[in-house]
Structures are given as C-alpha cells and as structure tokens.
Write a protein that binds this ligand. Structure first.
Ligand code: 5CA
Length: 440
C-alpha cells in the first residue's frame, strides 16, 4: 500500500472522548471511527488487524476439528421463545419488529439457532461429536458501552458450539477447545490466562475465562506465573486420546488462576511467593460446558444406540475478536504508539522514504515495495522525516525500513525494530530477506 494513496486518517492530537490507551491509539492510528454509541466502522488499517486475528482464530479452530459456518445476525424471536430465553435475556437484546409484525432480534449469541440447525440435520448418535463455529457480528445493547471496541454494542465474536454423546466426550471436546484457545492466544503474541469462571446466565458447571493482563482490565486477577511460561504450541497432545487430553488439562489447571469473583485465599497462599502475580485482566474469551440445557429445553434429540432418544451434551466457546484488537494494544504499546506482534500487524513493515524524488532513494524503496506490495506500507508522502517516523511508530509496524540519501548511495537500508528500538544498517538484499521472513 502506498501511503500517499491510502485511506488512513491519522490524528495528531489525542481525541477527547477516549479514556483508555487502546481507544486513543485506535482512533489516532485511523483504525476505527464511531458511527453511533458503541458502534464502530473499521477503516482499512483496523480491518487488516481484525482479519489477521480472525484468521489465526479460524486456523486453530479448524486444527481441533471445528467446522466453520455462517449464521445470520437477524434471528426470529420464536427460536428464543422455545428455549425460554426470549423473556429472560432482558434489555441487552435488541428487539426488532418486521413489516409483518413478526418479532425479530439482532443476535447477542447463537445457542438457540445452532441447536435448531443441528436438530434439523443430525438424527443419529453415530454422527456425534460435532463442533461448529462462526465468526460473526453480535449486538448487545450494553447500558454503558465504553472504551471503544473494548465494550461495544456491535462487536465481532468467534462463537463455537459442540454436541457430544455423553458427558465424558463433552469434557474431551472442552479440553480440545481449551488447547485451541491457548494456542490461538500464543500465536496472537499475547498471554491470555485461563481462569475458572462463574457460568452466569449461559448456565452449566465447567467454565473458563481467558484474560489478558492490562491495568485497564475490568477484573482483578490472581495467577501462578508458571502459566505464562508454557509453550502451548510445542505441547504434544494427542487430540484423539482421552488420557492425553486429561494429562494436558490437569497439568494446566494444577496452576492457580482465578478472577476476584472466584478467588480462594487458602489455595493462593500455597503458590510460591515469587510466582504470585496479581493485577487486572481483560476477558477476551469464555468457554462453557452446559450439558443438556438447550437440547432439552428445545427438545432436540438424536436416536441413541438402543434407538431411544438421546439429548446431546453441549458447550459454547466464545472469543471476542474485535475486543482482542484493543486488548492486544493495551498489552503492547509505548508512549509513541502501538507495538504490534508480527502475527497480527496491519503491515509486515513500513518503508520510509526520507527523500522522495531522489533517484537512489526512490529506486531502493520501489525495489523493497515490489517484494510484497499488499503487505507493506510504503510512506511515499512528501512529508518531513519527523512526521513519517511519528506515524510509523504510532501505527506500530514491527519493522521500519528507512531509506535516506546517505545510505542509499551505498545501497544501504536502516532497519529499525519497533519493539526494541534497535537499528541496524543492512544491504537491500538483507532487507528483502527480512520482508520474506516476516509472517511467511
Ligand atoms: N455464547 C457464549 C460463547 S459462544 C458467549 O456469548 N460468551 S460471552 O458472553 O462470554 O462472549 C464471548 C466473548 O465476547 C467475551 O469473552 C468477550 O471477549 C466478547 N464480548 C462480550 N461482550 C462484548 C462487548 N460488549 N464488546 C466487545 N466484546 C465483547
């Protein structure tokens, strides 16, 4: 992308309406704009990050055998009347009446719709287990939408739903999903700590929340720092073996982790003092096993081994994809702007031409840019160097490839690492190799 032609409305000043860093930086970096209270348009740079996150989420869901589908945002109230949640859900549900006076709603979540779809298609226990997911917009009419996309009214969520024959098999599914989540967050370049959670209105007994540490988080958290040191991508788990899943899960849950709601002072006291971590966290994911709550209330059964009707055990598994964009920024920024983990950065690197129109500078920049034009941001504007550096730091590209007349004479590019601030002088070929390496 050539910056001179991009729709990238950055702001120099801090917008008055933003109270937390991520909201401020997302507005300043031209990623989002508010269009109504708690409702945001995703501008090109913001959308790139949202897509990168969604793709990593998708990849790890597929890896544990979940299948993607896409359900509509608009739902019929009849579905929710069947489960009894239409009245129970309260004012957070946006209710709409169509021209035929039919009650509709903008989905806040999809348990009812997926259970109905499942019931129409699956008739025999032999077709279980099934895990289905979508990445789709949700609407919750929050009383106090705030902090930008962190707590929006319209937000992007990955929601998965599982159907199993019995409780033991539902627990296996839950554990596979747990592993998928840990791997997803690790690939996103953040640490999200799983904590035992209250099941709330969704119901059920087995539930974990995933929290990213940040001072602006809404929950207090207590955890054993050993959880931050695990390499979940390297963890060898046989997804088809119950004993292997159990070993992984008991190992993981043996480390203390709880939000203030579930905190247990006695268990906490047993964690070695040097490993005790206390702080605040942002909830970026939540997984639940709720047994037969919806299959029973909506009367969705398959025929069991003996021919008798059998109500599948269910779970649901959410990731706040749009909230993650803000949460990653809360966890990874400095005074100058965002510091993107390479896996989700809008661009692999920025190319900064310090002297547009200089034949050598232009030639090197064009050569670098040609290596990945869709994935590099080439600052070819007729701006001062200082303004270009400030924008590159604000936007948070993991690398800056700086081309000035002095270096260009010798065919050299200055390479700056945004996170460490380290600068090295490289040949054009070395810079090209770096471009190839990032997110390859
Ligand atoms: N049906 C279940 C899981 S599929 C469910 O809805 N779970 S949830 O209510 O916990 O939402 C899942 C995730 O969506 C949360 O962990 C959070 O990261 C995100 N989320 C929830 N409400 C909002 C909101 N108002 N703005 C942004 N993200 C939100």
């Amino acid at each position: 992308m050539r910056l001179s032609r991009s729709f990238l409305p950055t702001l120099k000043e801090n917008p008055a309406e933003a109270q937390i860093t991520s909201h401020r930086l997302m507005l300043r970096a031209g990623m989002i704009r508010q269009t109504a209270a708690g409702i945001y348009a995703w501008l090109p740079t913001g959308l790139r990050v949202l897509r990168h996150i969604a793709n990593i989420v998708r990849h790890e869901q597929d890896a544990v055998g979940a299948q993607e589908l896409l359900m509509p945002t608009m739902q019929s109230a009849d579905l929710w009347k069947r489960s009894g949640r239409y009245d129970a859900y309260g004012p957070e549900m946006l209710r709409i009446r169509d021209r035929h006076e039919r009650d509709m709603l903008f989905g806040p979540t999809n348990e009812e719709m997926i259970t109905d779809l499942f019931g129409q298609a699956v008739k025999s226990y032999k077709e279980l287990p099934q895990v289905l997911y979508q990445i789709q917009w949700k609407f919750r009419d929050e009383v106090r939408p705030r902090f930008g996309v962190m707590r929006g009214r319209e937000f992007y969520m990955k929601d998965a739903y599982s159907f199993d024959l019995d409780h033991a098999s539902a627990v296996d599914t839950y554990r596979r999903m747990m592993l998928a989540y840990l791997r997803t967050f690790q690939r996103l370049g953040v640490r999200a700590i799983p904590m035992r959670a209250d099941t709330g209105p969704i119901g059920g007994e087995l539930s974990h929340e995933f929290l990213i540490l940040a001072p602006t988080g809404e929950s207090g958290v207590f955890f054993d720092s050993a959880l931050e040191d695990q390499d979940w991508l390297g963890e060898n788990v046989d997804l088809n073996d119950r004993a292997s899943l159990e070993k992984f899960f008991t190992g993981m849950t043996s480390f203390y982790a709880a939000t203030d709601e579930m905190h247990d002072a006695d268990a906490w006291a047993k964690v070695p003092a040097e490993r005790q971590r206390e702080g605040r966290g942002i909830e970026v994911g939540h997984i639940f096993n709720f047994g037969r709550k919806y299959t029973r209330s909506m009367d969705i059964a398959v025929s069991g081994p003996d021919g008798a009707p059998l109500y599948p055990e269910m779970g649901s598994y959410g990731i706040g994809v749009s909230r993650l964009v803000a949460a990653i920024i809360e966890a990874s920024h400095d005074d100058n702007g965002i510091i993107w983990p390479a896996s989700v950065a809008p661009f692999r690197a920025a190319i900064i031409n310090l002297k547009n129109g200089d034949a050598q500078c232009d030639a090197i920049c064009e050569k670098l840019y040609a290596a990945a034009p869709d994935d590099l941001l080439y600052d070819d504007r007729a701006e001062r160097a200082g303004a270009k550096f400030a924008d590159a730091d604000l936007l948070g590209h993991p690398w800056q490839l700086i081309v000035g007349p002095r270096g260009a004479k010798d065919g050299k590019v200055e390479v700056k690492n945004r996170r460490t601030g380290e600068r090295t002088e490289e040949t054009v070929d070395a810079a090209l190799a770096l471009i190839a390496k990032i997110r390859a």
